[in-house]
Design a protein around this ligand. Sequence first.
Ligand SMILES: [Zn+2]
Length: 152
Amino acid sequence: MFLTVHASAGIYIGTVITNPWLAFILAIISHLILDAVPHGDENIGKETDRKKKIIKLSIIAFVDTLGVVILYYFLTSYFITPSPAIILGIIGSIMPDYLWGVYELTKNKILGWISIHILSYFHNILHTRVSLPVGMLIQALTLLFFITLVIL
Ligand SMILES: [Zn+2]
């Protein structure tokens, strides 16, 4: 699932939970739960060519992180006041995918264990796959859902 979608959940958590570290932990958990929802982009980054894969993932990560920043500025400009809980909510909500990205780059053993036994585990928990278009729709609705919760 895209970072921007995860971040929308993290922002919502940060608006409800005022303790920044609790928001951080709950945001990490929200990441795992959202990743369990079939979301169509599971095959992104499955290229066999390592160089191509890293370039592609870096571009996606860059654009997606830009999406997180835009979402944050949009919501804090018009609807919510920035707070440490919101910032840590965002960081917690997107951190698992960054850990996975660092693992892809470094092949670090500890990050590899986390990626395989925790992140991939939640991704595959439902054993259901949807197509990319259906997945994009699910992600767009999830994003709208959390933005609505934040705004209301
Ligand atoms: Zn993820």
